[in-house]
Design a protein around this ligand. Structure first.
Ligand code: CAO
Length: 437
């Protein structure tokens, strides 16, 4: 082991520059070329690297000091034995991308736009605004640190000198994002909404209360619904379908099939009409890919059905609904609903859905806004049908109308397409012969 003084290398035209940031501390293990300090001249700021690797034993400078070529910055202990002039074995570094580091120039000016580091495949930095990131006032090492964490520097408020962003600013930005409900992906997914935290209230001060634990399903569903609600721009298109004839047919078939113990639910007709509408408007049968730059178009029709159970909401999936009959779909909905209520659904029963239907028709209500079951891009809410006077051109006629609420992801579907989809859907339901076409 030997100790070595690390000095400021040739820094070009600069005579004396001020230290504005210390990037290492006593006890840190560094590799050769790791940055030790950031200095600032009146033109730019730059990082000063270490000529050797080792453990920092002493720091000879502090923030605010002025340094020039040859100034001693630190004393390090290298792993070389005294008198050994061979290069020190590279010290283990905690910095990411050590390979890339070696290729970097000894100093990097902040004023120059830093080339974006190559993002890993599952990078949480996909949502970084490169323009504001580049403009942010921060050192290269902090830029690397921000990229590792997926933090968009353009959104971080600097608290250093002249509003320079320091490490603490990035840390508190991430902390704040986590607290505002974004979880580990908060900075990347932009869910740091900056809303005030919900106050903790002691309700017992106003009367008797009891605490009831949420079920596991409640908690999981709550997380997904919350994520989907805050990250997907929802639009809900309302419509009504005339199901007078459809219901007459269902009732007629109902009495015929009753002998075989089969019951056709209105939901089966709606599912068939949904499949026909998905075929006519395939964008509704897609998902955004991870980059959010492509749509994954599905050529299969697996439809989820929201089922209400005592433990909470679950969404089992009817596979290949396009190739199943009304009777088959009705039976499968029944079986899946029983399985759901008996807690017998397997994870695979709830995977692979393309589009979901949430039917509250058996219960009541006129309209509601269903929350999209991501990564799907749309969901249909069905409310209770009601006999209504409908103008047929000459007179009011009593018609059975079912209210429909289609929520869709506005990043994928435009308003006009949303209205076209529900118009197509209502046409199918109003004249179910069209489903045969
Ligand atoms: N309007 C009027 N009546 C309707 C109707 C509608 N839109 N939809 C169903 N009905 C009737 C049925 O015909 C049935 O009546 P009959 O026995 O006289 O024929 C009755 O309501 C009960 O139907 P159901 O709701 O039990 O059965 P279903 O096949 O329509 O639905 C299921 C099955 C699993 C979807 C349903 O039981 C369920 O759990 N619904 C709740 C879903 C939910 O919680 N969604 C909210 C999610 S939060 O976004």
């Amino acid at each position: 082991m030997k100790t070595k003084e690390i000095v400021v290398p040739d820094i070009g035209d600069f005579d004396k520059v001020e230290i504005i940031e210390l990037l290492v501390a006593v006890g840190d293990t560094i590799a050769a070329e790791d940055s030790l300090i950031t200095v600032e001249s009146d033109k730019a700021s730059m990082e000063i690297p270490s000529s050797d690797g080792g453990v920092i034993k002493e720091l000879k400078v502090q923030i605010g000091d002025y340094v020039a070529e040859g100034s001693v910055l630190a004393v390090i202990e290298t792993s070389q034995s005294a008198g050994d002039d061979a290069p020190a074995a590279e010290a283990k570094t905690t910095q990411a991308e050590p390979e890339k580091k070696k290729e970097e120039p000894a100093k990097e000016e902040v004023a120059k736009p830093a080339a974006p580091a190559p993002a890993p495949k599952t990078s949480p930095t996909a949502n970084i605004d490169e323009v504001s990131f580049t403009k942010a006032y921060a050192s290269p090492s902090l830029r690397r640190f921000a990229r590792e964490l997926g933090v968009d520097l353009g959104r971080v408020q600097g608290s250093g000198r002249k509003n320079r962003i320091i490490k603490e600013d990035i840390k508190s930005f991430v902390k704040q994002s986590m607290q505002s409900g974004g979880g580990s992906s908060a900075p990347a997914t932009g869910t740091a909404l900056g809303v005030a935290p919900m106050p903790e209230v002691d309700f017992s001060q106003w009367g008797e209360v009891e605490t009831v634990a949420l079920s596991k399903i409640n908690k999981l569903t709550g997380q997904f619904l919350h994520r989907n609600w805050v990250t997907i721009p929802h639009v809900t298109q309302y419509d009504e379908a005339d199901i007078t004839e459809m219901e007459a047919f269902r009732k007629q078939m109902g009495s015929e099939l009753e002998r075989e113990g089969v019951k056709i639910t209105p939901l089966a007709f709606i599912m068939k009409a949904v499949v026909a509408s998905l075929k006519a408007y395939p964008r509704f049968n897609s998902s955004l890919d991870a980059s959010k730059e492509n749509l994954i178009q599905k050529n299969y029709y697996h439809i989820g059905v929201a089922v209400d159970t005592p433990d909470g909401l679950v969404v089992p999936v009817i596979r290949d609904a396009d190739s199943k009959s009304l009777v088959e779909i009705s039976q499968e909905i029944r079986e899946l609903a029983i399985k759901a209520r008996d807690k017998k659904l397997k994870p695979s029963d709830m995977q692979g859905g393309c589009f979901s239907i949430s039917s509250l028709g058996g219960i009541g209500g006129t309209k509601f806004t269903p929350i999209i079951n991501a990564p799907e891009v749309a969901i249909l809410g069905v409310s209770r049908s009601k006999m209504q006077p409908v103008w047929n051109g000459n007179e009011f006629e009593p018609r059975l109308m079912v209210p429909l609420s289609l929520s869709y992801d506005h990043r994928v579907i435009d308003g006009a397409e949303g209205a076209r989809f529900t118009t197509h859907l209502t046409k199918m339901l109003s004249d179910i012969r069209r489903l045969l076409l």
